[in-house]
Design a protein around this ligand. Structure first.
Ligand code: NAP
Length: 255
């Protein structure tokens, strides 16, 4: 399976590194505007070129990871070279109807909007996939690709925004929780390094626990909230300060 990633920036680069964990590196080609951006990837054994056409010609799946406002201009000249290829766009804000219009007449075997998160780099992404056009075979290829770099979920177009807020922006939201926990931990007497290690491991452990048990988070919370104890008092103090509401409001800025 040969993959071309057009735009090896934050998300394209992270995707290249994530895919390298499960594909031979010479099956991954990355492109960028500047040679400096590509050095890291060619050093890692991937093919790297400033020529998008060259990358696309050699690929089965083309991932467009340029900024959304550049997508049309960068994609248009490549479409005539993409017969039979699958197109994946990372641009969440571009509606399916617009992607259909931009790709009209191109002989693609599928068009997908895909929203990964930054943890794709370490094979731990939560990725949302929306089929703009395609068939069972092309969907299986795209889903397989993003299942190999974490978990993926196929959703309706109207759910993509929610997916992006929860999982893609959610990476930043979760890390802000970690930072707040660090700050509190330091005030209570931990050194920053200790507070960071403890906060990260606690978040990871809590997520893995709920995932392993398949439980609602509140069921695990119930197990640690002794009546009159410090955990319930801590939770209530956080809620009084607007914790759940702040998270929900942050997610809802997409609407
Ligand atoms: N960041 C996220 O968390 C996230 C999550 C999900 C989806 N996305 C989506 O992913 C896409 C990329 O976002 P990003 O944050 O990764 O942007 P970014 O860091 O700015 O990366 C964009 C890359 O595109 C390259 N580029 C620009 N023009 C090009 C051209 N004509 N040909 C080839 N490469 C070109 C740039 O090359 P140079 O470096 O050489 O200038 C840069 O490496 C966007 O659609 C965004 O909405 C991002």
């Amino acid at each position: 399976m040969k993959i071309a990633i057009i735009g090896a920036g934050n998300m394209g680069g992270a995707t290249a590194l994530g895919l390298k964990r499960c594909l031979p590196e010479d099956e991954i080609t990355v492109t960028a505007r500047h040679a400096g951006t590509l050095e890291k990837y060619s050093k890692a054994g991937m093919k790297a070129t400033l020529d998008n056409s060259e990358a696309v010609r050699d690929a089965d799946v083309v991932i467009m990871a340029v900024k959304p406002w550049l997508l049309h201009e960068v994609l248009s000249p490549l479409l005539p070279l993409m017969d039979g290829r699958i197109l994946v766009s990372f641009a969440a804000g571009i509606p399916a109807a617009t992607l259909k219009e931009w790709t009209e007449g191109a002989r693609l075997s599928g068009v997908y909007t895909v929203i990964p998160n930054l943890a794709i780099e370490i094979g731990e992404s939560m990725t949302f996939i929306n089929e703009v056009s395609g068939n069972e075979e092309s969907l299986a290829i795209v889903k397989g690709l993003f299942d190999s770099t974490g978990k993926s979920m196929v959703v309706d177009e109207k759910q993509l925004g929610a997916g992006m807020m929860v999982a893609s922006c959610g990476t930043a939201f979760a890390l802000r929780y970690v930072r707040a926990t660090m700050e509190g931990g330091i005030e209570l007497g931990l050194y920053p390094k200790q507070a960071l290690e403890a906060a990260l491991q606690t978040v990871k452990g809590a997520a893995d626990l709920a995932d392993a048990h398949g439980t609602h988070p509140e069921q695990e919370i119930d197990r640690v909230t002794t009546p009159g104890g410090i955990t319930i008092r801590g939770l209530n103090a956080m809620e009084e300060a607007g914790f759940s509401n702040a998270v929900i409001q942050g997610l809802k800025i997409w609407k």
